[in-house]
Structures are given as structure tokens and as C-alpha cells.
Design a protein around this ligand. Structure first.
Ligand SMILES: [Zn+2]
Length: 354
């Protein structure tokens, strides 16, 4: 009898240890989401638009430079080569994949809110809208054990404080000229200094992407977050100013940065084979002379795209003859992480990536 009790006790002890050590191994999938504000699918998939490049109003006096750098070359080969080979790319209308935002406004705050909430709140009708009353997927993840306090967001535009509801969300959101704080970093002070002393091309609201990127990259490689969001802004800003060369240059530079991020992911044990990468945008833009703008008065500026690869994504390349809406991405991501995203509002169903 005594021996039986000892055996039973031992069984429970060993079992307890096993469970404990399982809990300490965090196999949860990492997530990296990157947005390029207002990058058109036309430029992404077709390359340089020669009618815009030839137009003196838009070529910044350097059509030759545009042709030399971009003509007949993929604008973002990381997306149209690497991600097509290893993942899925949606929204290429050349192969009849039709992506749109579901919100009726076709500009940034409604677009990002739709992306992160999986839902359209028609009250959000201004970029100046107050802090988002709706709960984003990021805030949902912050409440999950595997992701709590392992989430970070970087945005060139200061509106992300409101879009992601920084006060309520309870994870760090570094925007525009916010002080970048990272105790494990050797570069935080320098990055803050450079950012603050740079030309403030878009006032206090938005910094140059180069600072947002290097802060994000520095954070990724030192803090090893499970979930990271980076929102680049220059593509939209240059487009609004009618500067096509700068718009293309910003997209090309961002392509290189994304490649560097993915390179790091491949070399780090936490991320390798265990990371989802999503790249998308918040809205499209118009055609021809209207390429600079976007909102419901500009036809086609509701047209969007996304590229995804990583754990659980079947490498199906360019998706053809399908329709999707931007509001489906939040649940798509949650499902890839093995979760069902729920909020106080309705959440659109995810996209099947099998
Ligand atoms: Zn815009």
C-alpha cells in the first residue's frame, strides 16, 4: 500500500514537472505586420506608370532618373518575388483578384481601423477622430497569455496613438516624434536625437520612415517581441505632394528594409519557421492625374492588396479570380495564430489561406 502511494505521488510529481516545463516553452507563433500608407496595387504589380513618370507635374524634373531606376523592374521584389514564391499575394487585378476596403471613406484612419478591428465603424469618418472606441486585434492579443506584454507598434504618423488606442491598449506604441525607449538598446538616444533634428517635412505629425524603421528594427533585434506592427508613411505623403519619383523611392527603400527584417527572422531561433509576415496598405489611389489622391470622390482608391507568408500559409503565389475585403485580415491573422478574435463589435470572418 505504501509503495502504491509513493508510485502515485511520483506519477503526479513527474506529470506536474512535465506540465510546468511545457508551459515554459512558448511555441506561439510570432506576427509581424507592415503597412505602406496608400501604396497603389498598380505600381506594386505593374511597376512604374510611364504616363505619370512622363508628366512634368509629377516627375520632379527627373524622368530620366525614374526610368533608369524603376523602368521594367519590380518596385518591391521582396513582395512580388520572395512572397509570391513563399506565400500568397492578393489584390493583383491583372489576375482578377479583387481586393477593396469595406469602409466607405477610402482614407487612413478608417482604413487602419478596419484592418485592425476586422470591422467597419462608420462613425470613424476623419483622420482626426478620437481614440478608437473599438478593440483592435493587437489589444485582443495583449489579453492572451502568450502575447501579453510582448507587443509593440511603430508608426511614422502620430495618429496611431488614437487608431490603436494607446491609453487603453497597454502596449508600447512609438509614433512620429515620440521618445523611443528601449533599455536594451545602444542606439535609442542617437535615434531619438537624429529623429528630432531631422527636417520635419510633415510637421510634428509625421516623421521620416528611416527613423521609424531603425527604431523598429532595433527593438525587434533587442527586445524580441512576439507581435510587431510597423506603419510606414512616406508613400502616401510623397503621393499627395505629386512627387512620383519620391513615392517610388520610398516604396523601393521600404522593400529593402522588409528584406532586412526577414533576414533577421531567418537567423533567429525565436522567429525562424515560426513567424507570420503580413504586408498591406490602408487604401488605394486614383488613376492618371488622380494618382495623387484618394477618398470616396476618387474612383479606384478603395482598391487594396496584401501579401502574406510564414507559418501556416500555403505558398500559392498570386491568388487569381478571388474577392476579399480588408476587414477580413484581422481574423485571418488571429486564425493563423490559432486564435478566434472576438471583440464587443462584430468581427468579419477570415480568408482561407490553404
Ligand atoms: Zn493620404
Amino acid at each position: 500500500m505504501k509503495i502504491l502511494i509513493i508510485i502515485i505521488a511520483l506519477f503526479f510529481t513527474i506529470n506536474g514537472f512535465a506540465q510546468k516545463s511545457n508551459k515554459n516553452v512558448d511555441n506561439s507563433t510570432n506576427l509581424i505586420v507592415i503597412t505602406l500608407d496608400g501604396l497603389r496595387w498598380q505600381d506594386l504589380f505593374n511597376g512604374v506608370d510611364t504616363s505619370i513618370a512622363n508628366n512634368k507635374k509629377f516627375n520632379e524634373g527627373d524622368s530620366l532618373g525614374i526610368y533608369n531606376t524603376f523602368y521594367k523592374k519590380p518596385l518591391m521584389p521582396f513582395i512580388t518575388n520572395i512572397m509570391v514564391e513563399n506565400g500568397q499575394v492578393w489584390g493583383n487585378r491583372n489576375v482578377n483578384c479583387l481586393g477593396t476596403v469595406a469602409n466607405p471613406y477610402w482614407f487612413s484612419y478608417p482604413g487602419y481601423s478596419e484592418l485592425w478591428c476586422g470591422f467597419v465603424d462608420t462613425n470613424i469618418n476623419s483622420n482626426k477622430y478620437k481614440p478608437n472606441p473599438n478593440y483592435t486585434l493587437l489589444e485582443f492579443l495583449q489579453k492572451q497569455k502568450s502575447y501579453k506584454n510582448k507587443i509593440v507598434a511603430f508608426g511614422a504618423w502620430d495618429a496611431f496613438d488614437r487608431i490603436l488606442n494607446e491609453k487603453r491598449a497597454n502596449f508600447p506604441i512609438f509614433n512620429a516624434y515620440d521618445k523611443y525607449i528601449n533599455k536594451k538598446s545602444k542606439y535609442a538616444d542617437l535615434l531619438n536625437k537624429l529623429n528630432n533634428e531631422s527636417v520635419k517635412t510633415w510637421g510634428e505629425e509625421e516623421c521620416l520612415d528611416v527613423f521609424t524603421h531603425h527604431m523598429a528594427y532595433d527593438y525587434l533585434t533587442t527586445q524580441l517581441p512576439k507581435v510587431m506592427y510597423i506603419a510606414y508613411g512616406e508613400t502616401d505623403e510623397w503621393a499627395h505632394s505629386g512627387k512620383y519619383k519620391s513615392y517610388l523611392t520610398a516604396a523601393q527603400q521600404t522593400n529593402q528594409w522588409i528584406a532586412e527584417i526577414w533576414q533577421f527572422v531567418q537567423t533567429h531561433q525565436q522567429y525562424k519557421q515560426n513567424t507570420i509576415l503580413l504586408i498591406t496598405t490602408d487604401h488605394g489611389r486614383g488613376l492618371g492625374n488622380e494618382w495623387t489622391g484618394h477618398d470616396k470622390s476618387v474612383p479606384h482608391s478603395n482598391e487594396t492588396w496584401f501579401a502574406i507568408m510564414g507559418k501556416g500559409v500555403t505558398p500559392n503565389g498570386f491568388i487569381k479570380n478571388k474577392v476579399y475585403q480588408q476587414k477580413q485580415l484581422a481574423q485571418t491573422l488571429a486564425n493563423l495564430l490559432g486564435l478566434q478574435y472576438t471583440a464587443q463589435h462584430q468581427v468579419s470572418e477570415g480568408i482561407n489561406l490553404q
